[in-house]
Design a binder for this molecule. Sequence first.
Ligand code: IPM
Ligand code: MN
Length: 356
Amino acid sequence: MSDVLKVAVIGGDGTGPEVVAEGVKVLEAVAKLENIKVELTPFDLSGERYLKTGVIVTDEEITELGKFPSILLGAVGHPDVKPGILEQGLLLKLRFAFDQYINLRPVKLYPGVETPLANKKPEDLDFVVVRENTEDMYIGTGGWMKKGTPDEVATQVAIYTRKGCERCIRWAFEYTRRRNNPKGKMLTLVAKTNVLTYGHDLWWRTFQEVGEEYPDVKKDYNHVDACCMWMVKNPEYFDVIVTTNMFGDIITDLAGILQGGMGVAAGGNINPDAGGTSMFEPMGGSAPKYTGLGVINPIATIAATAMLLDQAGYSKAAARVTSAIQTVTGTKMKSQAAGKMGYSTSEVGDLVCENL
Ligand code: IPM
Ligand code: MN
């Protein structure tokens, strides 16, 4: 935690800038109340810019961004840019460039928020997914042979390293310990050891070995397919989940819809090492059809801002934001869906500020 909280702000495309404006509004309001000095620096990175200039992000910009402990990212995605270009050229590029090896996805049902699960209440849906964020099928290892012919062969290799899984697993144990769930501290490894007998065996062995250092944390295991069933049937079972990059991507979309969907779910790409740069974002995309209408839900971005504060060491400010979100979803907002909130995007931001 430093004297000044320096935040790089990337609004991005579509509704990104609108939701980021509300995150910034709340950040500035809570900083004032908590006497935190905040310095915001905007970065113009977007699909829009890529279409105009052919540049997604320069090496200089990456070096500049790397000087910030925290980045707040709205959304990057443009209907006229082929899928994969911006994802790989910006989002994954930044995750890898800053070695953000933790993808943290809290799954929390806020009061008043509708879940597709029948009879589940906020106390039943409160767990966290720790997703490895730098390995697996995401690293782009693979290739084609005889491309475009009937004999085509394609490979997409999942790479797991001891270092990569160990640092993620250790961080997850530490996190579970800190979270200190009153129902009992439990870390569930989610993998597929019955089929991925090399890579996930490495995860399994590392989990057991590192787990010995944490006798106070219950060690649990779910195959990823079974995890999806339990998440729907008994979400209250989970405390913290640690999992691989690809499976983490999939199960956090399932978890995201359980907690109310795109308008609510937030995530952090974290480099927890000293001097690391971490990046926080709402899980929803750029939602082009809602752009400029003032109807998009900023709660996910405000929740991402709370995560940013927490990671930067301002846990009291973070808790204030989370509690204000809960007041607003529980007592004010009609729905979390775009256009149905009962308020505009900026009014929701104002309400959170008023309830800090
Ligand atoms: C996410 C997204 C990204 C991912 C995409 C946009 C590359 O789905 O943050 O979960 O797969 O990690
Ligand atoms: Mn995803």
